[in-house]
Ligand binder design. Structure first.
Ligand code: NCD
Ligand code: ZN
Ligand code: ZN
Length: 415
């Protein structure tokens, strides 16, 4: 197949022809002989073809919480948001921190997913549960309560193993007691982040801190340990604690004040390395009971496009935050994160300028609610391609459950 359109290629937008075969970009050309090329998919000049988005923080639930989301609805939600690869979090029921559960989770994901996926592994209770996990999982997630349940030496042993296997250890950094008691004060996160920064520096192992909510916390963390990377979420970048009230507005870490939000959004061009949704679906009843988290996949690009239209973000930076930098950080940048010959043909086709009124009743996610409900945002996902196959055409999912594969199956050396 050949895709013709305006392509984000090496930092600028050009009219190009992408030759795709076997899921891979085989050639990129400025012109072709159309009489020789029957199979051309033309993308309207008003749209731009981007390297496919990669979301490194998504809760696809499934298992016993499939009533909130499952691998089909969660990855359909991703496809509709232009996200070509999602990294699934391990705080499932049962928890994904045993090898047998990881293997089983991979088999469930493989049967149901419509975009490609990576799996996080939870901190395992003993080292025997580590050997070989790196062949299936893309990363490991450590939660604040893990710091209560396990000795720090155990966490260090696991991190040393991960480092040797090129596995990124990702921390939810909040002070454990405050986190468990549901304390919303910023100091809970500030202290949690300082602790993780100091601890990871002391063992000399770079790590990633997810869903950071305020500029000063990132500044502190990177000041302590320059090898740290961080991500921030759409809700923390756009919404303050005044915008969303209890119970719906509950999320960990909590929404912050306006000043914090404004400090954070500026760092999308600075200290923030990666943009990730923390897509955390719950039923409406659960939200009314104060459960933490929101679905985010189907509005994530709209938030970026809105910031583009406000002059805050360039197209270049959108691609870095939501495609290239995730690929680099998780060592997938030999197959993902760029539109280049030899790379997987994961492509997100977008319109930057049209406006939308957020209507969560239309979500593919099981969670039909949104922190952005009713807001006017910009941008539209026109089409999503995973390995050269269109999985979303702007309206519907166009592949069967099971099309998506574990991104680890391509691993290094795929090219
Ligand atoms: C997440 C969830 O619901 O699993 N909730 C949240 O508020 N972010 C857990 C988490 O990411 O910490
Ligand atoms: Zn978290
Ligand atoms: Zn999360």
């Amino acid at each position: 197949m050949i895709i013709e359109g305006r392509v984000f290629y090496r930092g600028s937008v050009r009219e190009l022809y992408l030759f795709i075969d076997g899921g891979v970009i085989k050639d990129i050309r400025l012109s072709i002989d159309k009489s020789q090329s029957p199979n051309i998919r033309f993308m309207d000049r008003g749209n731009i073809i981007l390297p496919g988005f990669i979301d490194i923080h998504v809760h696809l639930r499934d298992f016993e919480q499939a009533y909130k989301e499952d691998f089909y609805t969660g990855t359909a939600s991703a496809a509709a948001g232009g996200v070509t690869v999602v990294f699934d979090m391990p705080n499932t029921v049962p928890r994904n921190n045993r090898l047998s559960i990881l293997q089983y989770r991979d088999s469930v994901a493989d049967k149901k997913s419509v975009v490609d996926y990576g799996l996080y592994y939870g901190l395992p209770p003993n080292l025997d549960e580590l050997f070989g996990f790196e062949d299936i999982a893309i990363g490991m997630k450590v939660y604040p309560d893990d710091l209560h349940s396990y000795k720090i030496d155990h966490i260090s042993d696991v991190m040393i193993y991960n480092h040797a296997k090129d596995i990124v250890t990702v921390f939810h950094a909040e002070e454990p007691d405050g986190y468990i008691s549901g304390d919303d004060s910023p100091s809970i996160e500030r202290e949690g982040i300082k602790y993780i920064a100091g601890y990871t520096k002391s063992i000399g192992l770079p790590t990633h801190i997810t869903h950071v909510t305020c500029r000063s916390f990132i500044f502190d963390a990177k000041n302590i340990y320059t090898s740290l990377t961080v991500d921030s979420t759409p809700h923390h970048i756009m919404l303050s604690s005044e915008d969303l009230k209890y119970p719906y507005g509950r999320v960990r870490p909590p929404l912050r004040d306006r000043e914090c939000v404004e400090s954070l959004v500026k760092e999308l061009n600075g200290l923030i390395d990666i943009y990730a949704t923390d897509h955390a679906p719950h039923t409406w009843e659960e939200k009314m009971d104060g459960f933490n988290g929101f679905p985010g996949l189907e509005t994530a690009y709209n938030v970026l496009a809105t910031l583009y239209n406000k002059g805050v973000l360039s197209l270049n930076r959108i691609v870095e935050l939501y495609s290239t930098n995730p690929a680099i950080r998780f060592k997938l940048d030999n197959i993902l994160g760029y539109i280049e010959v030899g790379y997987l043909a994961n492509l997100t086709v977008v319109d930057l300028y049209s406006s939308v009124r957020v209507d969560p009743t239309k979500f593919f996610s099981k969670a039909k609610h949104s922190p952005f409900d009713g807001m006017k945002l910009y941008g539209r996902v026109i089409s999503t391609f995973v390995r050269g196959v269109e999985v979303y055409n702007g309206e519907d999912i166009t592949v069967k459950p099971g099309y998506g594969v574990n991104i680890k199956s391509f691993k290094r050396g795929f090219k």
